[in-house]
Design a protein around this ligand. Structure first.
Ligand SMILES: *Cc1c(COP(=O)(O)O)cnc(C)c1O
Length: 379
C-alpha cells in the first residue's frame, strides 16, 4: 500500500495516537466529562498562546476564526490596516471589506514580512485605524514577521493587533500578553496536528472591550456569546466534540515535550530544508531575515514544471507537498515542518523530491539534499 505522508502546511500530519482518539465513539458535550476536557483545552491553549485572557473555540476552519475577529472587532465604516505579503494577508483585506469596514492596505513585497517600523509609519499616517490585521506565518510565502517588535510599537496606541496564527500556533513562538498581541486566530489542522474543525480565537481585555462596542451584525460567530458560555465552561453551540477531545491530547503531547524544545526542533527542520534546497541548486523563496520555522517554499524553475512535480510526488509516491498560491502558483513547492512532522518525514520527502526532480531533468547530485539535511540534523 502507498504511504500517505502529508507534508502540507494544513492539514498537516496527524500522529497515530491522535488518530486513535479521533476514532472513539462520540460523547455528549453538555456533560461534566466534556466540561473537564474544555477546561483542560482552554488552559493548555492559554499556555501555547501565552495569555491569561479568554480563548474561544469555534466549529470552523481557520478562516472562521479570522472572520470572527473582523466581524466582532470592527463596526461598519471603521478603518483598519491590513498587511499583505501573501495570499492570507489578502484574506484580511477581503474580510474587512465584506463587513463594510475600510481597509488601508499595507502591501509588502512577497518573500518579505512587515517590520515594526513599517507598522509604526502606517499607524502614524492612519491614527484613526481601529486595528492592524497581519499574518504571523504567511503560509503562501513561508515568512514570519517579528511580532514582538510590532507589539512593542503598538502598545501605547489604541489600535488592536490581530495575528493570523493559523499556521504558526504551536510551531512559532507566541507570547500574546508579553508581546502585546490583542487577538490570536488559529485552527486545529496545522501546528496542532489534527483534522480541521476547531477554530481558535484568543482575545485581550482591550479586544474584549472593542468586541462589546462593535455594531456589526453577527450571529454564529458572535464572540459575546462565546464569552458568556466560557464563563460557564461551555460553548454557545455544539462544538466539534471529537476534535476538541483530541485537541486536549495534542496539547498535552506538545507541552509534555516542552514547547521551547519542540520549537527549536521545528527551526532545525527548517534549517535542514533550507540547506537541502541549496544543495540541489534550488532557492528558498523567503528572504533569510523573515524565514518561518513552520514551512519552506522552494523555488522550482518553471521548465521543471513544479505543478507536475507536486502531482507526481502525491499520486505516484504518496508524499504530499503543497504547490504555490496566488502569484506563486506554478513557481514553488512548499514543505511543512510543523506539528507532528519529524526529521525522518523530512528526509523521506526530500528523497522523493530528488527522485522526481531528477526525472524532470534537473541537474544535481543524487543524495545531495539528504546529506545537507543530515548534517543539520546531526549538528
Ligand atoms: C491555513 C491558513 C488559514 C486558514 O485556512 P482554512 O482553510 O480556513 O483553515 C489562514 N491563514 C493562514 C496563514 C493559513 O495558513
Amino acid at each position: 500500500m502507498k504511504r500517505n505522508l502529508l507534508l502540507t502546511p494544513g492539514p498537516s500530519k496527524v500522529p497515530v495516537e491522535l488518530c486513535e482518539i479521533l476514532g472513539k465513539p462520540i460523547i455528549h458535550h453538555r456533560t461534566p466529562q466534556f466540561q473537564q476536557v474544555l477546561k483542560e483545552v482552554n488552559d493548555g491553549l492559554k499556555k501555547i498562546i501565552g495569555t491569561s485572557s479568554d480563548v474561544y473555540l469555534l466549529a470552523s476552519s481557520g478562516t472562521g476564526a479570522m472572520e470572527a475577529a473582523v466581524s466582532n472587532l470592527l463596526s461598519p465604516g471603521d478603518k483598519a490596516i491590513t498587511v499583505e505579503y501573501g495570499k492570507f494577508g489578502e484574506r484580511w483585506t477581503e474580510l474587512v471589506k465584506a463587513y463594510k469596514a475600510v481597509p488601508v492596505v499595507l502591501k509588502i513585497q512577497w518573500g518579505k514580512a512587515v517590520t515594526a517600523e513599517e507598522i509604526k509609519a502606517a499607524l502614524a499616517q492612519n491614527p484613526d485605524a481601529k486595528a492592524v490585521f497581519l499574518t504571523q506565518c504567511e503560509t503562501s510565502t513561508s515568512v514570519t514577521p517579528d511580532l514582538q517588535a510590532i507589539g512593542a510599537v503598538m502598545k501605547s496606541g489604541t489600535a488592536v493587533l490581530v495575528a493570523d496564527s493559523v499556521s504558526a500556533l504551536g510551531t512559532e513562538p507566541m507570547a500574546m500578553d508579553g508581546w502585546g498581541v490583542d487577538v490570536v486566530c488559529s485552527g486545529s489542522h496545522k501546528g496542532l496536528m489534527l483534522p480541521p474543525g476547531v477554530g481558535i480565537v484568543a482575545v485581550s481585555a482591550k479586544a474584549i472591550a472593542m468586541i462589546a462596542s462593535s455594531t456589526n451584525v453577527r450571529y454564529y460567530f458572535d464572540l459575546r456569546k462565546s464569552k458568556k458560555a466560557l464563563a460557564d465552561i461551555d460553548t454557545p453551540f455544539t462544538p466539534a466534540i471529537g476534535i476538541v477531545i483530541a485537541l486536549n491530547e495534542a496539547i498535552k503531547m506538545l507541552l509534555s515535550e516542552g514547547l521551547d524544545k519542540k520549537q527549536e526542533y521545528y527551526l532545525k527542520m527548517a534549517r535542514a530544508v533550507w540547506a537541502a534546497a541549496e544543495a540541489m541548486g534550488l532557492k528558498v523563496y523567503a528572504d533569510p531575515k523573515f524565514r518561518s520555522r513552520a514551512l519552506t517554499a522552494i523555488v522550482i524553475p518553471e521548465a521543471l514544471n513544479p505543478k507536475k512535480i507536486v502531482k507526481t510526488m502525491r499520486d505516484v509516491h504518496g508524499i504530499t507537498f503543497a504547490g504555490g498560491q496566488g502569484e506563486l502558483d506554478g513557481k514553488v513547492v512548499r514543505i511543512a515542518h510543523m506539528g507532528a512532522v519529524d526529521e525522518y518525514d523530512i528526509l523521506t520527502g526530500l528523497s522523493c523530491l530528488e527522485k522526481v526532480l531528477k526525472e524532470a531533468g534537473h541537474k544535481f547530485e543524487l543524495g545531495a539534499s539528504l546529506a545537507a539535511a543530515q548534517k543539520v540534523f546531526n549538528s
